[in-house]
Write a protein that binds this ligand. Structure first.
Ligand code: PMV
Length: 325
């Protein structure tokens, strides 16, 4: 028997960075893993999907394989272990012991500057719960429960169950209705190299920054302000707040002990061009960055000229990932 599920990626506008105490235990005890020190808000990227297929196997343990017929995906050993240990966690929650072949893929290339852990862990959670509940003849849990389960594999994945915006405060995320149902996404690819500090390591390292002390409060205040700006359709204010937010997160990295960072010279160049564009036109995209050197842009659908001009400005220097919707 086989089961299939998919889930979208998401991009955070207010970032999840830093986990509450007792979070870093590998065995997922007591539902405490990956609880954030501050709430986060993301926009769901429905055109960027991960797919997971589960098939019963008679082997003694779960095994990962790439999903045929999709963009080829190669997970290294560490990534496979992390993915399969989330499946074990879900099986344990449901007292389920049989094994699966786990096949997964994304509809976006691994090298396009987008983290795929949110979409892939959300898709795995959805698929595993579906498979187990069907066999145990029990009703599917609520979407909040799915989000809470997924959070324990990858924090940011708990937001991928909701759209267009997802607000994650504590155990699970929820949909936040805001007046921008369909934004257009572009990634400015500065580098496709594997990052030296993973986001899991960054979550721990930020505690060594003196600036972390007030970070939860700053993120909370900025979240309230951003929600208000989006509700008022004050795009310029939303741009200012999302800009401040990613600089805040990257400042934590650079002020950690020892400092580390993701910015490359190209990142600075692209940010400079984007800031200049906003300055000249008093208009532009929302700009944000994850824990990596690449830049994410969100445009309103009616900003066609802005979208084209930004693409023309950046494309001589950078590869742009602009999915067709
Ligand atoms: O879900 P994780 O542990 O990969 O953390 C994601 C952290 C950021 O992408 C940097 C921010 C976010 O909120 O998605």
């Amino acid at each position: 028997m086989t089961w299939f599920a998919s889930a979208p990626a998401n991009i955070a506008l207010i970032k999840y960075m830093g986990k509450s105490a007792n979070n870093n235990v590998l065995s997922h005890p007591n539902n405490t893993r990956n609880t954030p020190t501050n709430p986060s808000l993301s926009y769901t990227l429905n055109h960027l999907q991960s797919f997971v297929e589960l098939e019963h196997s008679s082997t003694s343990c779960d095994q990962w394989q790439p999903l045929p017929g999709h963009t080829p995906l190669a997970l290294n050993e560490q990534e496979q272990t992390r993915f399969l240990s989330h499946l074990s966690f879900i099986k344990k929650q449901f007292h389920y012991s049989a094994c699966f072949y786990v096949r997964s893929s994304n509809n976006f290339p691994a090298s396009c500057g987008l983290a795929s852990s949110a979409s892939s862990f959300a898709a795995l959670t959805r698929c595993a719960v579906q498979a187990i509940c069907e066999q145990q003849n029990r009703p599917l849990p609520s979407i909040q429960d799915l989000s809470a389960l997924s959070r324990q594999g990858s924090g940011s994945s708990c937001r991928s169950f909701f759209e267009p915006f997802a607000l994650w405060q504590q155990d699970y995320a929820e949909a936040l209705p805001l007046p921008y149902p369909s934004l257009r996404h572009m990634t400015v690819i500065v580098s496709q190299a594997q990052k030296k500090v993973s986001s899991s390591q960054a979550h721990q390292a930020v505690f060594t920054s003196l600036q972390f002390e007030n970070r939860p409060q700053r993120a909370q205040t900025r979240l309230t302000q951003l929600i208000h700006a989006l509700q008022q359709q004050d795009w310029f204010r939303a741009y200012q707040l999302t800009w401040q937010e990613f600089w805040d997160m990257h400042a934590l990295f650079e002020t950690a002990t020892p400092p580390f960072g993701y910015f490359l010279p190209g990142t600075m160049m692209a940010l400079h061009l984007l800031r200049e564009y906003w300055h000249i036109h008093q208009d532009g995209p929302l700009v944000t960055m994850d824990a990596g050197p690449n830049i994410h842009l969100l445009f309103r659908p009616e900003q066609q000229t802005v979208y084209q001009e930004i693409a023309d400005t950046l494309s001589p220097h950078f590869q742009l990932f602009t999915p067709h919707i």
